[in-house]
Design a protein around this ligand. Structure first.
Ligand code: DHB
Length: 393
C-alpha cells in the first residue's frame, strides 16, 4: 500500500471539507481532502441557496467570495404567505441591518474547488475513505481507495466532513456516540426552472394543500419547492401537475400566476433532524452533515456546517501551531449549543409552514403562530435574527 503523510486528513469535499481545507492551507497547515464522488457530481449537487450574513463573511474572509459577491443576490426581506395573501418580513430592518446572500451551495463548492486546485493542494476525487484508524493513539491514519489504488494517509487529526452516512461518524464507538433523531411526515419536491423569478424576495407559503417555497438563483433561474407526502415519487408529478400546484398554493390576488419555464433539475428530499454527540472523538472531529441534519425550512444546513468549520479551524490552529488543546477540548460543546439552536429554528419554521394532513388542532395552532409572527414585531424580530445570522449570534 502506498503511504502519504499530512497534518490533517479531511474526509469529504462538500462545503465544510473544502472550506476547512482552504482555511488550513492559508495558515500553512498541510492537509489532504478525499472525496468519494467525482468533481462533476459534487459541483452539480443542488442544495439550498441562502447564505447567512456572517457565513458569507466567513467565505469572503477565506478568499472564496469573489464570484459570490459579483453574482450572488443580496436580499433584505422574505415574504410569508398564507390564505393567499403575502406579508413581508423586513429582515434587515429587524436584524440590525444585516442581509442574506442568495447563492447556490454548488456555486460555493465550485469556487472552493477552483481555489484549491489553483494552488495545487491535494484533492482526491473518486477516492473512498475505507477506514479511519488509530484515532485514540498519536498516530492516526486514513485508508483510502481510489484511482491511485489503496493509500494509507498518516496524519495528526482527521476531520469527518463526509455526511450522515460517511465513515467518520461510524468510527465513533456506539458506546460513546449518542444519536438524536426525528423524521417529519413531509418531503420536499424541488425544481430548478429556466424561468425569470416572479418575485424579488423568497416566499415561504403555507397552503392547506401543503407548503410551497419560491426561491431563485439568478435573474433567469427560479428554484421552487412543494411540500409533498413522504411516500410520493417524482413519477407522480408531471411538469403540468407541478406548475398547477405551485400556482394554486402561491397565488395571490395581485399575482395569480407564476412564471413558468423548462424544468432543468428535479428531486424529492425527505425531511429529518439528526444530532450526533459528541462531535469529537479524540483525534477525529466531525463537522457538518456528519454530525447533524436539519429539516430544510430556513436553509440552515450549509450555514451550520460552515460555522462548525469556523470553530474547528481555530481549534486545529491553536493545537497544531501553539500546542494549545483548549479549543479542541471545547469543540463539541461549543458547536452543539449552536446546532440545537439551528434544530430549534428549523423545526419551528417547518412546523409553522407545513399543514398537517391529519390534525386540525395542529393546523389551528400553526395559523395562530403565523399571524403572531406577522403581527408582532417581537416575534418577527426573533425570526429575522435567526434567519439572517443564527450561526453567528
Ligand atoms: C432555498 C432552500 C431552502 O431550504 C430555503 O429555506 C430557502 C431557499 C433555496 O434552495 O433557494
Amino acid at each position: 500500500m502506498k503511504e502519504l503523510r499530512t497534518q490533517v486528513v479531511i474526509v469529504g469535499a462538500g462545503p465544510a471539507g473544502l472550506l476547512l481545507g482552504q482555511l488550513l492551507q492559508s495558515e500553512g497547515i498541510d492537509n489532504v481532502v478525499v472525496e468519494q464522488r467525482s468533481r462533476e457530481y459534487i459541483e452539480k449537487r443542488v442544495r439550498a441557496g441562502v447564505i447567512e450574513h456572517g457565513i458569507a463573511e466567513l467565505i469572503s474572509d477565506a478568499g472564496a467570495g469573489e464570484r459570490m459577491k459579483r453574482e450572488g443576490l443580496v436580499h433584505h426581506g422574505i415574504e410569508l404567505r398564507y390564505d393567499n395573501a403575502s406579508h413581508r418580513i423586513p429582515l434587515s430592518d429587524l436584524a440590525g441591518g444585516k442581509s442574506i446572500m442568495v447563492y447556490g451551495q454548488q456555486e460555493v463548492v465550485k469556487d472552493l474547488v477552483a481555489l484549491r486546485l489553483g494552488v495545487g493542494a491535494l484533492l482526491l476525487f473518486e477516492t473512498e475513505a475505507t477506514a479511519i484508524e488509530g484515532i485514540t493513539t498519536d498516530a492516526p491514519y486514513v485508508e483510502v481507495d481510489g484511482v491511485d489504488g489503496k493509500v494509507r494517509i498518516s496524519c495528526d487529526y482527521v476531520a469527518g466532513c463526509d455526511g450522515t452516512f460517511g465513515v467518520a461518524n461510524r468510527t465513533i464507538p456506539t458506546s460513546v456516540l449518542r444519536r438524536y433523531e426525528r423524521t417529519y411526515p413531509f418531503s420536499w419536491l424541488g425544481i430548478l426552472a429556466e424561468a425569470a423569478p416572479a418575485t424579488e424576495e423568497l416566499i415561504y407559503c403555507r397552503h392547506e394543500n401543503g407548503f410551497a417555497l419560491y426561491s431563485l438563483r439568478s435573474p433567469t433561474v427560479s428554484r421552487l419547492y412543494l411540500g409533498v407526502r413522504p411516500d410520493e415519487t417524482l413519477e407522480q408529478w408531471s411538469d403540468d401537475r407541478i406548475w398547477d400546484e405551485l400556482n394554486l398554493r402561491l397565488a395571490t390576488e395581485e399575482v395569480p400566476e407564476i412564471n413558468q419555464g423548462p424544468i432543468i433539475e428535479r428531486g424529492i428530499t425527505a425531511m429529518r433532524s439528526i444530532v450526533v454527540e459528541p462531535m469529537r472523538y479524540d483525534r477525529l472531529l466531525l463537522a457538518g452533515d456528519a454530525a447533524h441534519i436539519v429539516p430544510p425550512t430556513g436553509a440552515k444546513g450549509m450555514n451550520l456546517a460552515l460555522a462548525d468549520v469556523r470553530v474547528l479551524f481555530q481549534a486545529l490552529i491553536a493545537q497544531l501551531k501553539s500546542n494549545d488543546a483548549r479549543l479542541l477540548d471545547s469543540y463539541s460543546a461549543t458547536c452543539l449549543e449552536r446546532v440545537w439552536r439551528a434544530e430549534e429554528f428549523s423545526t419551528y419554521m417547518t412546523q409553522m409552514l407545513h399543514p398537517s394532513y391529519e390534525d386540525d388542532f395542529e393546523n389551528g395552532v400553526q395559523m395562530a403562530r403565523l399571524r403572531q409572527v406577522v403581527d408582532s414585531r417581537e416575534a418577527s424580530t426573533v425570526l429575522a435574527r435567526n434567519y439572517v445570522d443564527l450561526n453567528s449570534l
